[in-house]
Design a protein around this ligand. Structure first.
Ligand code: GAR
Length: 211
């Protein structure tokens, strides 16, 4: 059984997609140990509670500086000891010490086709604003393992989504979620839970041992 901790910051629709996929059997062999939020008002915490999953608040504001937060956050994660950490709309940079302790065991969903529209300053609605500003005709979402860089780890899966002429950032965000994010992230978790992925030379491949 793959034990996961899901980290969230806001609405938690990706968290909901994970919980629904576990309930419906689209994700197998997986248990959510806890949901961690950096934001006290996150609707995601309500979603966790409604599912009987412990919600934990870890906000940088509660610590004197980022170093203290990073230490406490990493210690909390080690205490929970998940097999996989899932960043489902988590808008806090993962401390390097946590990346080192959970090498190739942290996944993130990003709302663009990496390496486009990613890195510092590209998160949430801002990504879709930049896509529209640039006039891109195709966007999408990416699930990737997390390394020390920003949106730079090995790519697990991507899905393209069309940009339409009259899109607003909100309309585009919703289409990317519906057509890509809520599908890709549960699939990636199920693939990991069932040992279908291997990382070789910084690239993710389908395991030849796959069932
Ligand atoms: C999602 O679109 C996710 O891809 C994005 O934040 C949103 C969270 O929505 N994540 C990033 O931008 C990370 N760089 P949700 O809370 O409803 O799942």
């Amino acid at each position: 059984m793959l034990k996961i901790v899901v980290c969230v910051s806001g609405g938690g629709t990706n968290l909901q997609a994970i919980l629904d996929a576990i309930d419906s059997g689209k994700i197998t062999n997986t248990e959510v140990l806890a949901v961690i939020s950096n934001n006290v008002g996150a609707k995601a915490l309500e979603r966790a509670e409604a599912h009987g999953i412990p919600g934990i608040l870890m906000t940088p504001k509660a610590y004197p500086d980022r170093e203290c937060f990073n230490k406490a956050f990493t210690e909390k994660m080690c205490e929970l000891s998940p097999d996989l950490v899932v960043l489902a709309g988590f808008l806090v940079k993962i401390p390097e010490e946590m990346v080192a302790k959970f090498s190739n065991r942290i996944v993130n969903i990003h709302p663009s086709l990496i390496p486009s529209f990613c890195g510092v300053g590209y998160y949430g609605l801002k990504v879709h604003e930049k896509v529209l500003e640039r006039g891109a005709k195709v966007t999408g979402a990416t699930v990737h393992f997390v390394n020390e860089g920003m949106d730079e780890g090995p790519i697990i899966a991507q899905k393209a989504v069309e940009v339409l002429q009259d899109d607003t950032p909100e309309v585009l965000q919703r289409r990317v979620m519906e057509q890509a994010e809520w599908i890709l992230l549960p699939q990636a978790i199920d693939d990991i839970a069932n040992n279908r992925l291997v990382v070789e030379n910084g690239r993710v491949k389908r395991s030849s041992q796959a069932l």
